[in-house]
Design a protein around this ligand. Sequence first.
Ligand code: ADP
Ligand code: ADP
Ligand code: ZN
Length: 217
Amino acid sequence: MNILIMGGPGAGKGTMSARIVAQFHVNHISTGDIFRAEIGSGSELGQKAKSYMDQGLLVPDEITNAMVAEYLAHLSDRKCGFLLDGYPRTLDQAQAFDTISAQQPDLAIDVVLAMEIPFATLAERITGRRLCKQCGEIYHIKANPSKQEGICDVCGSELYQRQDDTLESLEVRLAEYHRQTEPVMAFYEAKGLVRHINANQPIEAVWDDVKKALTNL
Ligand code: ADP
Ligand code: ADP
Ligand code: ZN
């Protein structure tokens, strides 16, 4: 099964992705995570992406599309399909991905999870987000705190705050979402692939709805 998860910054894509990957044994392809790893390693791609990400702007399509195509071509284990998290985020990216999957039908998207939440609630999610440096576990200082402040429950490493998780960056990211990503939702809606998820509920309730959407295809 090939899944696409969409939603604004802080909607809960990463949190649900971790659970989907564990339950459905799919490859997790998060373009945000890949870019952050490239920045961390100091690669040329990372250097190109960094200035856009720091400002909350989308990385240009040609860079992002090439990176995803490369990533898909070198998947060592195809598992039970994949979960695209944070890609496609523009119409150009959706069309580029459509072209690839027309040539390789096993890459076609089966379902799109639309994580729906009022934008006014996202500031609290973004500013309260904490992540594990080592294993990537996602926490929230109020909604999903670690047992010991600043320390990951899973692996004991230090937690950090993303550089772009500020109110200034959120404003730009929301504007990018309106302008560039909402048309992508319409693109998949027209194909009949979208399942709407109320992402403005406690984490367990969102997870129940996501599981239902993925098992009643
Ligand atoms: P969030 O989880 O807050 O939605 P992500 O981790 O998915 O954020 O993305 C962080 C940043 O990485 C984006 O603001 C953008 O700069 C870049 N990025 C991630 N995915 C894409 C994409 N598909 N196209 C362009 N830029 C992207
Ligand atoms: P995204 O990948 O869409 O940017 P995340 O999964 O990283 O979103 O979640 C953003 C923040 O909100 C994190 O701190 C996470 O712990 C928290 N969060 C995720 N889902 C929920 C939820 N249903 N209710 C409350 N907080 C949530
Ligand atoms: Zn950890």
